[in-house]
Ligand binder design. Structure first.
Ligand code: CA
Length: 240
């Protein structure tokens, strides 16, 4: 081998080492950027992630319950022009007796995979025991998948046969922004209160083994015939 060729060979080895180094640096940079992006986007409620789009929204500004299928055997459901969040009117569900149901559902195209989120502003008129309100996503069989409620003065989710608190109490006549951020593939959901993550990875209810969702539901409840309860809902948003 001549001296010139040896230098050429040595020089090309050096170039290859530099190229390999730059390639490794580029790969590491891409991995770090993707990790930062995914962790950042994971911290956002689902509807704020770039990949999610709005499926349904109702702020009741049209004065109508027409977007909803109502059951009023337990008490009336009306558009209430006296209150709202962020602005009146809102939906008023007044459960007035133990028997019967006071609930409203809106069906949307079924979401079978990925992320889906539901948000609403909620208010109740009492924190008394045996009165509650539910805000949830349901599957095509009408079974709840998220199982979230305002129960006995605490925001809670139901799983494994019991209610679990999330470190968020509520007061009467106060609006709260609730976000339910579902990962259908993992079978879990996160719960946000006023934009703050309060519960990471609550299990979907999956009572019938079917996790896809196609409805959002509101329900007011009482087991006391003497005193009913009223819940209000506004700015109901579903994104996927
Ligand atoms: Ca409104």
């Amino acid at each position: 081998m001549s001296e010139t060729n040896a230098r050429d060979t040595s020089g090309s080895r050096g170039s290859r080492r530099v190229l390999r180094f730059l390639l490794v640096v580029a790969v590491v940079a891409v991995v770090v950027i993707l990790a930062l992006w995914s962790s950042w986007s994971y911290m956002l409620p689902a509807h704020q992630r770039p990949s999610l789009g709005r499926i349904f929204f109702d702020d009741f500004s049209d004065g109508s319950t027409g977007n909803w299928t109502l059951t009023t055997s337990g008490g009336p459901i009306t558009v209430d022009t006296s209150t709202g969040q962020v602005s009146a009117p809102s939906l008023n569900l007044s459960k007035q007796q133990r028997l019967g149901a006071t609930q409203a559902f809106h069906k949307f195209r079924e979401v079978t995979s990925g992320n889906v989120s539901a948000e609403a502003n909620l208010k109740v008129n009492t924190t008394s025991s045996w009165k509650w309100c539910y805000f949830n996503l349901l599957n095509r069989n009408g079974s709840v998948e998220t199982y979230f409620g305002l129960v006995d003065g605490q925001m809670q989710y139901y799983a494994a046969g019991a209610w679990h608190t999330i470190g968020a109490s509520y007061a009467a006549d106060t609006w709260y922004s609730i976000g339910l951020d579902v990962n259908l593939g993992a079978g879990i959901y996160d719960i946000y209160v006023n934009g703050v993550l309060k519960k990471l990875g609550a299990p979907l209810s999956g009572q019938d083994g079917h996790h896809a969702v196609n409805a959002v539901g509101l329900q007011a409840g009482t087991t006391n015939d003497l005193y009913g309860m009223t819940m209000w809902a506004d700015d109901v948003l579903v994104s996927a």
